[in-house]
Design a protein around this ligand. Sequence first.
Ligand code: SAH
Length: 244
Amino acid sequence: MLSNIRIVLVNTFHPGNIGAAARAMKNMGLSRLYLVSPKEFPSFEASRRASSATDVLENAVVVESLAEALEGCSFAVGASARLRNVRWPQLDSRECGQKLFEESEAHEVALVFGRERTGLHNEELEHCQSLVHIPTNDEYSSLNVASAVQVLSYEIFMAGRDEKATTEQPVKYAQDKLATADQMESMYGHFFETMEQLDFFGKRNPEYVLRKLRCLFGRARPSTREVQILRGLLSAAQGRKNKR
Ligand code: SAH
């Protein structure tokens, strides 16, 4: 469902790119634009480049952090101009369109784009469960950010069209609702707090441990209820420690 799909632009420098991205989205039936700390917005240049998609700009949600932009989402994909290490499952543009469209039938999803110069930082990718890389010329793989929005929005649109053409039932997800990004972030915070209280880290590097937990739960995709159970367990462990 296209209305369950957000396009998130992180720290965009040139307002013209925001306008061009809005236009690319509207052409492909997408309307929900989130801007994380844009350098300049609203802007005349953005509106000019948006052409007839100024409604997408008017309805854009401006926030300060990626975590805020992902509130309520159960799946997020980060778009990267470079192939990174294997910490994240990697999709190509076609697989990404199919996966996002399919998941959007069940819950809210997001596609996250980085800064013009430096892309997405690793701590931002930590909020995503997968990466997408648009296959390109090996010698020059970095697209303009609005062009990347165009390609991936097109793939989402085509995936929706193909789905309508087939009689197959959409993939069913577990009956429980998948946990959202904000619920996951609170759970990671709770893990960290509990592990500290239990003196779990010792010689271990907390950042490394937390990153591994993110990988684990990124693969497992727990439901809201499953997260509640885990947090209940953490609270119980904290309670015991306090009693001792
Ligand atoms: N020099 C930066 C490139 C940033 S391009 C870097 O190496 O990361 C701006 C944004 O456009 C990227 O953060 C990414 O979200 C998107 N993008 C550009 N080329 C892409 C590609 N080939 N595949 C997927 N996303 C791409």
